[in-house]
Design a protein around this ligand. Structure first.
Ligand code: UD1
Length: 420
């Protein structure tokens, strides 16, 4: 708990190496349960959600050793199948332990998942797919009790390409009997990373990165070694920070092919970009420009996780941008906070009209979720005067020491810890 104290007027410039991806490492950590062996993961970001995952794995009985960005997990000693509700409530992706535990132990008990407050975020697609594959689900007082005497492959048709549902079905099906096909599967790079990991453990999976993924169940998996790929949302965050403060940034570790739409929009607002195989160089324009519309959607469309950050940038762009949020129904909480800093944004349901202003000013604002919090941090750096951003615990869920990184690059950001 705490807040970020930001002195505005900084210019984000220099060189930064992107960390490993939060959304890739979390499902892979859950998947280590299926390996029943030793797994070595490199380039893991040191963020609160990874700590929560390691607490879950330890509580289940796994041996966990973390040294910097390396994590070694041995799940041979796993002895429990129940995840305590306090851990589940901290992080929505804990729902993935349901698929992993069922795949390994044929039973799992789990409280209702928490995480960011961005809409209702139901798990109906996960549970419907599980039932089709033979999982019996009983819910008492919000606790899910699941058993799967026999797991059988099935053709699952997702009504929406949900990232979490695709991952959970993958985890459940790698050791199920027969063939599972996920139709309308999510195509996000994090799905590809999870499949690469499962395949390294001996799973038979085809078609990741396309809307149809086929899984041939195998009897046993084994240990593996994997380097977690770069975090495309952290990369986008730092690029936006440089773009809206008139800076220049050489971002190491970022690959254009996995963040094409984000980079296209940065070019649209006037940034100069030069992309290398594993680096992106951005030069901000003298004035950002808008007058276009932008819609979030499943990959490869513009990512919903970048929406708050791009909105923060667009508050300072000359012109008007119409933004539509199609992934989550309630993801504009940051707009009102940005308006406290002098932004001009009007919300109409799932659309937002962002009218660019010349400058923002410092204010006391509140983060309501991870990316909204980061969006406010960027606005505070670009603003004139001092800001306080409360809700630092949300930002720490997904960014490794962001205050140090931004300060190193020319921002003036301090984390002020407060006791609960
Ligand atoms: C993941 C990411 C999150 C990102 C999101 C969309 C992780 C840890 N989190 O979240 O950062 O914003 O993908 O790219 O990787 N839905 C249902 N029923 C379900 C499942 C989902 O209605 O059973 C809805 C959700 O409410 C939401 C939409 O589908 O409106 C997309 O959700 P989903 O793709 O599942 O997101 P997450 O996996 O939760």
């Amino acid at each position: 708990m705490g807040y970020y104290l930001v002195e505005g007027g900084g210019r984000i410039a220099g060189e930064f190496t992107v960390h490993g991806s939060k959304n890739a490492v979390l499902p892979i950590l859950a998947a280590t349960i299926l390996a029943q062996d030793e797994v070595v993961l490199e380039n893991c970001p040191q963020i609160a959600d990874v700590q929560t995952s390691l607490e879950i794995l330890t509580a289940l009985g796994c041996q966990v050793v973390q040294e910097g960005q390396s994590i070694v997990i041995d799940s041979r000693t796993l002895e429990h199948t129940q995840i305590q509700e306090d851990m589940v409530c901290k992080m929505r992706s804990s729902i993935l332990y349901l698929g992993a535990l069922l795949g390994r132990c044929k039973q799992a008990t789990l409280g209702h998942p928490g995480g960011c407050e961005i809409g209702r975020r139901p798990i109906d697609m996960h549970l419907r797919a599980f039932e089709k594959m033979g999982v019996q689900i009983r819910e008492t007082d919000g606790i899910l009790h699941c058993e799967a005497p026999l797991l059988l492959g099935y053709h699952i048709y997702l009504e929406y390409p949900s990232v979490g549902a695709t991952e959970n079905i993958l985890l459940l099906s790698v050791k199920a009997e027969g063939t599972t096909v996920i139709h309308n599967a999510a195509r996000e790079p994090e799905i590809i990373a999870l499949v690469r990991f499962l395949r390294a453990c001996g799973a038979e999976i085809y078609g990741e990165g396309t809307p149809t993924i086929m899984i041939e169940g195998v009897r046993k998996l084994h240990g593996a070694y994997m380097t977690i790929p770069f975090d495309r949302i952290e990369a986008g965050t730092f690029l936006c920070a440089a773009a809206m403060t008139g800076g220049k940034l050489y971002l190491k570790g970022a690959e254009r092919q996995y963040m094409e739409r984000t980079l296209e929009v940065l070019e649209q607002v006037g940034c100069g970009l030069r992309c290398e195989e594993e680096a992106v160089y951005l030069q901000a324009p003298t004035r950002l420009l808008s007058d276009f519309s932008l819609e979030t959607g499943p990959y490869p469309a513009f990512p919903t996780d970048m929406q708050p950050l791009m909105m923060s940038l667009l508050t300072l762009a000359k012109g008007t941008c119409m933004m539509s949020e199609t992934v989550f129904e309630n993801r504009f909480h940051h707009a009102a906070q940005l308006c406290h800093m002098g932004a001009n944004i009007q919300i109409h349901g799932r659309s937002a009209a962002v009218f660019g202003v010349e400058r923002l000013h410092g204010a006391v604002v509140h983060a309501t979720d991870l990316r909204a919090g980061a969006a406010l941090l960027l606005a505070a750096i670009a603003a004139e005067g001092e800001s306080r951003i409360y809700g630092s615990q949300y930002i720490a869920r997904g960014y490794e020491k962001i205050e140090d990184a931004l300060t190193f690059l020319g921002g003036h950001v301090r984390l002020i810890e407060q006791k609960e």
